[in-house]
Design a protein around this ligand. Structure first.
Ligand code: COA
Length: 194
């Protein structure tokens, strides 16, 4: 007889594959190529005073208070600046991340999660993100981190390409499902090659 789980699995339908969540991982013990920035940037870690500018760049996705709490709890955000203005940032956390109702990413010691990387539109396609990510990975390695995890939807093509170029590999796919088209159901997890 079919189990309840099998019955629900049978009733569930995968949604559009473009909303599949891809999990990628970078081995920080493997070589990290450092690409020079395309023009003269300065680099520093973000402080509380930078949070409004950072939040505006990502379209106020999070409350400033949430970002502030993140920094207080050990998150780090690497900034690239030019003429005193922030041109790009990469935000990383070392704490577990709740990605959806069903999906919390657990980060063991030595693991970090790249929450967001952003380059201002006028600086894109010139190697800025590659440079920023390379510097971030080297700094994480120096502080004892062994893996950098990242995640994004399957149709974020430019971001996936950036990650693969920087040495990440896609390790897991989470396929969203709904029962009777409406009710959320735990995603199907597919392990991808090592
Ligand atoms: C994704 C993003 C960070 C890339 O920044 P960038 O400085 O333009 O990236 P780089 O110039 O270093 O490009 C690195 C690689 O990414 C890929 N890439 C970047 N932009 C791309 C685009 N528009 N289309 C296709 N591939 C792209 C390419 O493979 C590129 O390598 P190549 O130039 O040798 O072909 C930037 O477009 C951005 O801020 N987007 C909005 C925010 C976002 O989507 N963040 C990622 C989710 S966390």
């Amino acid at each position: 007889m079919a189990s309840l789980r099998e019955i629900f699995d049978g009733l569930s339908k995968a949604r559009d594959p473009s909303v599949d969540w891809m999990e990628l991982v970078r081995d920080l013990e493997a070589p990290i190529a450092l690409r020079l920035p395309p023009c003269a940037f300065s680099m520093r870690w973000a402080e509380k005073a930078d949070l409004l500018a950072i939040d505006a760049m990502q379209g106020f996705v999070k409350e400033i208070e949430a970002l502030e709490t993140g920094l207080e709890r050990g998150d780090r955000c690497l900034l690239l600046e030019r003429h005193g203005a922030i041109c790009a940032f990469a935000w990383v956390t070392f704490r577990d991340v709740r990605l959806s109702l069903w999906h919390t990413l657990r980060l063991p010691p030595g693991f970090a999660y790249l929450v967001y990387i952003h380059v201002e539109p006028e600086y894109r396609r010139r190697g800025v993100a590659t440079c920023l990510l390379g510097c971030l990975m080297l700094s994480l390695r120096e502080s004892g981190c062994r893996r950098l995890v990242s995640g994004m939807y399957g149709d974020w093509e430019s971001s996936i390409r950036l990650h693969v170029k920087c040495g990440f590999r896609i390790c897991r796919r989470y396929t969203e499902r709904r029962i009777l088209r409406f009710f959320p159901y735990p995603p199907k997890v597919t392990e991808l090659e090592e």
